[in-house]
Design a binder for this molecule. Structure first.
Ligand code: C5P
Length: 325
């Protein structure tokens, strides 16, 4: 290992190529998420407040002469329970994995030579609304740039990231941000106080594309969309508390269908354990509850009944942490 180790946050201060890079890629919560009208490109406009949290995957990348390979290792990071075989089944190790898709996209668009060998240590639960796949894609983009000593202007990085998924631009930047457009237009916010949360992930899962379709069918809130956009504009660049952001609500809670009962029961159990305002993150199925300030989080987690896995998280100010070797 080189004695020279430098750390930065996604922007890439160094322009020297390196042999090996380790990227820590953080999960996110959507403190609030409202969905607007469908657009001609098939996506939906939305207003969301993203928050990066401490739970993270680790991606190690090494330059090779040619070709891309990926090894996925699953590491249990849940306070209780875990995902077991479900986790392995939900994360493809082949070409569909977002790490490989991001690496190939970067190579193709930026004309990068050679290939890379990736090892992904997966801790963020899949299909939980915590942005695990997006975090991995963001990490792979950042790793490719670092390996080749390339820097990109912000707009170019965001455009590349948005090709991989609506949440990938936020995964690169991280912190607290208002997300507009299809989620890729970001305005930084300041979180007034750090937050701690417990995230429970029920055994059922939600299809994101399906949830958007169901929202179109039942769309009840379109008349309020312009008002929401004005509210969002007033949030821009401000200091917000988690609870202010959570006042937005989450539209996906309306289209849970037959899962609604399970959701209500889980939410009630979270409240009984001492958690505040349980909410869906993204389109689910993860549900987070805020830990009251000063309250003992492990004690709350310990008295939270149920069999679904739970994770303890706190807010962090960055999406990626990059160490070059
Ligand atoms: O961009 P991402 O891959 O996360 O989107 C997954 C699916 O969710 C899209 O194919 C689309 O059907 C839906 N989506 C949407 N509007 C958004 C984000 C996602 O309709 N703003």
């Amino acid at each position: 290992m080189s004695a020279r180790r430098r750390t930065d946050h996604a922007g890439g201060r160094s322009a020297e190529p390196v042999r090996r890079v380790t990227v820590t890629a953080h999960a996110k919560l959507n403190l609030g998420l409202r969905v607007g009208p469908p657009r001609p490109d098939g996506f939906h406009d939305l207003v969301t407040v993203f928050q990066s949290v401490s739970l993270a995957d680790t991606l190690v990348a090494e330059r090779t002469a040619g070709g891309f390979s990926l090894r996925v290792l699953h590491e249990e990071a849940a306070f209780r329970g875990g995902q077991g075989r479900t986790a392995k089944a939900a994360v493809p190790a082949g070409p569909a994995n977002l790490v490989l898709r991001a690496a190939r996209l970067a190579k193709e668009r930026l004309g990068l030579p050679g290939g890379a060998r990736f090892t992904l240590v997966k801790r963020i639960p899949a299909r939980a609304g915590m942005g695990g796949g997006s975090a991995d894609a963001a990490a792979a983009l950042a790793a490719m740039l670092a390996l080749h000593g390339r820097r990109l202007p912000r707009a170019r990085r965001v455009a590349l990231a948005a090709e991989l998924g609506s949440d990938v631009p936020f995964a690169i930047t991280g912190g607290t941000a208002l997300g507009l457009g299809r989620g890729e237009r970001l305005e930084p916010l300041r979180l007034a106080r750090p937050l701690r949360a417990i995230v429970a992930v029920p055994h059922w899962r939600v299809s994101t594309a399906g949830a958007f379709r169901r929202l179109d069918e039942v769309k009840y809130g379109l008349t309020g969309w312009q008002r929401l956009l004005r509210l969002a504009a007033s949030l821009g660049r401000k200091q917000v508390t988690a609870f202010q952001a959570m006042r937005l609500g989450n539209d996906f809670e309306v289209v849970l269908g037959q899962r609604r009962h399970d959701f209500d029961v889980l939410r009630a159990r979270m409240v009984r354990a001492g958690l505040l305002e349980p909410r869906l993150t993204g389109s689910g199925s993860g549900i987070f509850g805020i830990v009251p300030e000063g309250a003992p989080v492990r004690e709350i987690a310990g008295r939270f009944p149920g069999r679904e896995p739970i994770w303890l998280v706190r807010s962090v100010g960055k999406g990626l942490r990059i160490v070059r070797e």
